[in-house]
Ligand binder design. Structure first.
Ligand code: EPZ
Length: 419
């Protein structure tokens, strides 16, 4: 077992390079199953979710060549099975993208229910609704999903809920369907645009990604034979932006798309931080105690739920009482109990939490309940006086490339210890 040990307080200063987006990459890898040929993917984040995604693809028959830790060539010409390995798919959420991709390519898939962060109920009814409207038979039995279709037929699909996963999954299944599919009330996150750009680069015909109506004209085949670079991770960038504010630091965050960070920038300005926008880099600094602010998490372009715990650290140190309303997940305030162990004063009731700002946090042993909670605890440990030991860091490793090295390079006193 490994833990992170952070000794603070430290004001973070310097430059940090952002990796490729986890939530785009975990969809682009299954999307390669739609290609009858090879493609090269660059700027993959070196994280455990990507390694597991690659193992799943290999079990399905894909051949993968690693050029370096962030770049692979993948050959999906000869798939050998339609049964996905349950021991691997149960390890993370995005394994559900295998369903849309394999339905499109092979017309059949058997896969275990996806795993992933425990954030409350995570139904997949909208994914299933989309597959069925396209003509697939889908059944869920004893923790397994079976989906089968002779030929998927393009159709109109209205999403009852704005869902990132369902939008991408249905898009995957529609790429090789006959005719045109229209997804209404689609999610608009940058990673949806990135997956559509990837598929179009490989030969698909998808229009409107990034708006709430996506139109997919089915094509006969994706030939691939192209190189694609994954978009920078806006959540990793936002994590460092908020770390700069929480620690009263000064960071230049490089290799990001600042347009994707507008809601975070707006909130940082509201709490009294400073932001300088360079388009592909952003400088964030703060030299005073943050002011209180209220936040409601929303689908993009609203404030992202995946930065809610990180801004929670900022608000726990603010001047006055702030309120966060979490509108996406039922159970994303588990980290507040850990912050309270460090001296924060947070009370949560269902999907609302009240942050009474304190002057200081103090080091303590804490547990990371999920990926973003873990990132928030790393920020809290950097601000806190004394030593913070963070356990269950496998959650953090699922989504942040070299987190301790990146924090160390900007001044944090952080080390990974094996026990
Ligand atoms: C994606 O999860 C991300 N994961 C999550 O990031 C992120 O928190 C979430 O989008 C919201 O932005 C990946 O991209 C792999 P949703 P996803 O479908 O797709 C409800 C992280 O930390 N819903 O947009 O699973 C659902 O319960 C992770 O990187 C249904 O009711 O989220 C939720 O309330 C955690 N039925 C809301 O929609 C469905 O069929 C949004 O979920 C699907 C979803």
């Amino acid at each position: 077992m490994e833990k992170l040990v952070v000794t603070g307080p430290t004001r973070l200063k310097g430059e940090v390079e952002i990796s490729g987006a986890k939530n785009a990459a975990v969809a682009i890898l299954p999307a390669t199953l739609l290609i009858n040929g090879t493609c090269t993917i660059e700027n993959l984040p070196n994280i455990s979710d990507i390694k597991i995604s690659c193992e799943i693809l290999e079990k399905l028959g894909a051949k993968i060549t690693w050029h370096n830790k962030n770049c692979i060539t993948i050959d999906t010409s000869h798939l050998t099975t339609t049964k996905a390995p349950m021991d691997l798919t149960s390890k993370f959420r995005a394994s559900y993208y295998i369903i849309g991709a394999m339905l499109g390519r092979m017309g059949e898939i058997e896969v275990g229910m996806p795993g992933g962060c425990k954030l409350g109920a995570r139904p997949i009814d909208q994914h299933i609704k989309g597959f069925e409207l396209l003509g697939a038979n889908v059944s869920v039995e004893k923790g397994k999903i079976y989906a089968k279709a002779n030929k998927l037929q393009g159709t109109s699909i209205y999403m009852d809920i704005v869902s990132v996963g369902a939008t991408i999954n249905v898009m995957l299944s529609a790429v090789l369907a006959k005719g045109t599919t229209v997804i209404d009330n689609a999610a608009k996150e940058p990673h949806i645009v990135d997956v559509a750009n990837f598929l179009n680069t490989m030969g698909a015909d998808i229009r409107g990604a990034g708006t709430d109506v996506i139109k997919i004209n089915g094509v006969e085949k994706l030939c691939g034979n192209a190189t694609y670079s994954v978009v920078p991770d806006q959540i990793e960038a936002g994590t460092f932006m908020l770390a700069a504010v929480a620690t009263k630091g000064d960071l230049l965050i490089k290799n990001c798309i600042t347009k994707h960070l507008e809601s975070t920038t707006a909130k940082i300005l509201e709490v009294g931080g400073n932001v300088e926008d360079f388009g592909d880099a952003i400088r964030v600094w703060c030299d005073k105690k943050p002011c209180k602010a209220n936040i409601k998490t929303l689908p993009y372009p609203g404030f992202p739920t995946d930065l809610q715990p990180q801004i929670g650290v900022v608000l726990s140190l603010a001047n006055g009482t702030s309120i966060i309303n979490e509108s996406i997940w039922d159970s994303r305030f588990q980290y507040t109990e850990e912050l309270n162990k460090m001296g924060a004063k947070i009370t949560s009731h269902g999907k609302t939490a009240f942050f009474e700002g304190v002057d200081k946090l103090y080091g303590a042993p804490v547990c990371s309940s999920d990926l973003r909670a873990g990132a928030a605890l790393v920020i809290a440990g950097t601000v806190a006086e004394g030593m913070t030991e963070i356990y269950n860091i496998e959650h953090i490793d699922r989504g942040y490339e070299n987190i301790e090295e990146k924090f160390r390079n900007i001044g944090a006193n952080i080390k990974r210890i094996s026990e």
